[in-house]
Design a protein around this ligand. Structure first.
Ligand code: RIB
Ligand code: CA
Length: 310
């Protein structure tokens, strides 16, 4: 597979970390230009500290991190309890002295995209505030973007309010801009993520694996699985990991080209995505994934990294 130059926009976040680890496991496929953070699961200073902790723990201080938007475009921040008190509960990271790149996030993204030898893929694992602002302020940047792959939205239901998924609910104005159809975009909504699960047995295997990396992965996944266990689930959805896995193996996903509108208002509808079939659209909305291949890929990626990182 041709190497992909990627920017990861995220709010780590347990599933964000799994997506990032899986990306790092494939240096032959992914050249990571940088990681940007955005207000989402928790306030941006906290979730930025989470990614610095992870990168320090896995000895990848070379990957530049730039702190992004502290607030959504219009609404106030909406931190989520599901990720714990600091946005990445479950593992106590050792102290570090890593720093973020001291640059405005939009100029950081622009610089990374324009200096890339190939058009860039943006992996969007969080509310779309940074990306929408980039597209608004630098409209010609779209010529240098290969595609944006977004975990967000839903066909029929919600996970924070009845009709909206969190990443779009948190900043619907940003989503409306990004989904306006100017850039090739892949949307991975909640219903596709229903197929992007790992078993409780996999989580337990990481918890009981004493290798350096799996101590961390087991800790954060043990915490992330609490919600599912409380709801008698034996499988756990690793939402953002679907973005990495789509880029690795698009053939295990299926979807349909659509236009996407975003509802901006309403107690039950703020952030609702409305998909309308249009074969000429630049937006591919996914519907299903092969669960078995999804799970086998992350098991293999974590095993590979666990043998490398000590
Ligand atoms: O709705 C799922 C999204 O919100 C994911 O990006 C996950 O990290 C969560 O906070
Ligand atoms: Ca996320």
């Amino acid at each position: 597979m041709k190497q992909k130059y990627v920017l990861i926009d995220c709010d780590p976040g347990h599933d964000d970390v799994m997506a990032i680890l899986s990306t790092i496991a494939h240096p032959d496929i992914f050249h990571i230009l940088g990681i940007t953070t955005v207000c989402g699961n928790n306030l941006v200073p906290l979730i930025t500290e989470n990614i610095l902790n992870v990168l320090h723990y896995i000895h990848r201080e070379d990957i530049p991190v730039c702190m992004g938007a502290e607030n959504p475009l219009v609404y106030p921040p909406s931190p989520q309890a599901a990720h714990g008190y600091n946005g990445l509960e479950g593992f106590e990271f050792p102290k570090h002295s890593l720093k973020t790149v001291q640059q405005d996030v939009i100029s950081f993204m622009k610089e990374k995209i324009l200096s890339s030898p190939e058009p860039v893929t943006i992996m969007a694992l969080a509310p779309l505030t940074n990306i929408a602002t980039l597209l608004q302020k630098e409209p010609t940047i779209i010529d240098h973007i290969e595609q944006i792959v977004v975990m967000g939205g839903s066909w029929y239901r919600g996970n924070v309010i009845p009709h909206a998924e969190f990443n779009i609910y948190a900043d619907p104005h940003a989503a409306k801009e990004v989904f306006s159809g100017k850039v090739s975009t892949v949307i991975i909504p909640l219903e596709c993520c229903d197929d992007c699960t790992i078993s409780e047995a996999t989580v337990q295997s990481w918890i009981h694996d004493e290798r350096y990396l799996t101590k961390m992965v087991g800790g954060i996944m043990d915490f992330f699985a609490i919600y599912g266990r409380q709801h008698q689930r034996t499988r756990h959805t690793i939402f953002d990991l679907a973005v990495t896995e789509y880029l690795l193996h698009p053939e295990i996903f299926e979807g349909e080209y659509c236009n996407c509108d975003v509802i901006l208002l309403g107690e039950e509808t703020r952030g609702q995505t409305v998909f309308t079939t249009n074969p000429n659209s630049k937006i591919l909305v996914l519907k299903h994934a092969d669960t078995n291949r999804f799970e086998q890929q992350i098991i293999s990626d974590i095993n590979l990294l666990a043998n490398e990182i000590i």
